[in-house]
Ligand binder design. Structure first.
Ligand SMILES: Cc1ncc(COP(=O)(O)O)c(C=O)c1O
Length: 390
């Protein structure tokens, strides 16, 4: 990528390998819902879904627009909208035929009316809150809503799920949630309700809590190559994304000068300073000011001064070989023997890996690699053929 000041490399072979590994961990009849919301955690939902479609059974998104984007790109695998949506959005769901998560009786009646008017049948899932404390319904309310909705025309009860808040850190609580979920299901069965596909496992639960797999698992982060807690990431899972840049300017700054906004760093020696054309406007966290590191010539170099909107400064003084403008910089990924993981960057920024991934802005072009070659290139200019950047 010699012509780009910064870019992401997304390795679609690694994605495929992660999905196949997951397939080996779970029973063959367990389905996979691949969570591709938030633009596939910043990786590019269309490109990721197109590459994954052959291996997974369903895609999970958060909004109707996200589902429509996938459909418009030719994705034909069923799509479930996981987050609650406004009742006003129901016609868009019905026209497109997506599955939806239903969270109230009034929503169920409106969905049923709209689907019946159009002579279609819409699949709905229900989320039971067994301890997540976010969306869904507590068991008593869920029971009533399901009993009513299951008898309405034009809609079909096709999934029942729950979600874990601490599957990576507290398996005991998660197992308790699984037990609450089963108690709820037993109650529904006793009331004569036909039980649909059951699902609960997110990335934290898949390796840690086998009883959470049920009939479908719902991984996001794991397929992008990470376990939510770094120390537990199974070695065979590969991060699919790396973030690169290039030095755009190199300057000599005498001792005693301050660097960047806020004057938070003062050079203690004659300093060789590199300018990396990436800042918080690209989603590179401001919190990395005077804290984070990058890799140049296979060595880690420290960030000096504040990260700015478009640029970040690094101290190149200790590099053995003289750096040149245009030299490659690694922000997340490997170069020679050195590497910086997503979890490390998230730790420096005092946040979670999910936020770093989702925050990488459209400004950073995405290059998609398949069989070691760039397959697609996506930038602010749209999706372009490879020859324009090669
Ligand atoms: C309902 C639901 N299921 C599954 C996932 C996937 O989670 P993870 O990326 O931790 O696997 C999410 C993500 O937040 C979610 O909200």
């Amino acid at each position: 990528m010699e012509k780009l000041p910064t870019w992401l490399e997304i390795n679609l072979d690694a994605l495929e390998s992660n999905i196949k590994l997951l397939r080996n961990w779970i029973d063959p009849e367990v389905k996979i819902l691949h969570t591709v919301k938030a633009d596939a955690y910043g990786h590019g939902a269309v490109q990721v879904a197109q590459a994954a479609e052959k291996w997974v059974d369903m895609f999970g998104v958060a909004t109707v627009d996200e589902a429509l984007e996938l459909q418009a790109s030719g994705i034909r695998t069923p799509i479930l909208v996981l987050s609650p949506i406004l009742e006003k959005e129901i016609p868009r769901i019905v026209n497109a035929g997506f599955a939806v998560t239903l969270s109230s009786s009034s929503f169920a009646r409106r969905l049923s009316r709209c689907a019946s008017e159009r002579s279609s049948c819409i699949d709905f899932h229900v989320e039971v809150d067994t301890g997540m404390g976010r969306t869904g319904m507590l068991p008593d309310e869920a029971k009533e809503v399901i009993e009513e909705a299951a008898s309405l025309p034009g809609i079909h009860f096709s999934g029942l799920y729950t979600h874990f808040p601490v599957s990576d850190t507290d398996p005991t609580f998660s197992v308790e949630q699984v037990e609450r979920f089963h108690a709820f299901i037993d109650d529904l069965k006793a009331r004569g309700v036909d039980i649909p596909i059951l699902h609960s496992a997110n990335s934290g639960a898949i390796p840690a809590i086998p009883e959470s797999h049920m009939q479908m698992v719902r991984p996001g982060l794991l397929l992008y190559g990470y376990f939510p807690s770094e120390w537990k990431t199974p070695v065979s899972i590969l991060p699919i994304m790396s973030w690169y840049s290039r030095l755009v300017q190199i300057r000599r700054i005498p001792a005693g000068n301050t660097i960047s906004y806020g004057r938070t760093y003062t050079t203690q020696r004659d300093t060789l300073m590199g300018i990396v054309p990436v800042g918080y406007g690209h989603g590179y966290p401001f919190r990395l000011s005077n804290t984070g590191e990058m890799i140049i010539h296979g060595k880690r170099v420290p960030i000096i001064g504040r990260v700015t909107m478009d640029m970040t400064m690094v101290d190149l003084t200790d590099l053995m070989e003289k750096p040149d403008e245009g030299d490659e910089v690694v922000l997340i990924g490997k170069q020679g023997a050195a590497s910086i993981s997503l979890h490390e960057v998230a730790g420096w920024a005092n946040t979670i890996p999910y936020e770093i991934l989702c925050g990488i802005s459209k400004r950073v072009p995405r290059t998609y690699f398949k069989h070691g070659k760039v397959e697609t290139y996506k930038s602010l200019l749209g999706v372009l053929p490879n020859y324009l950047i090669a």
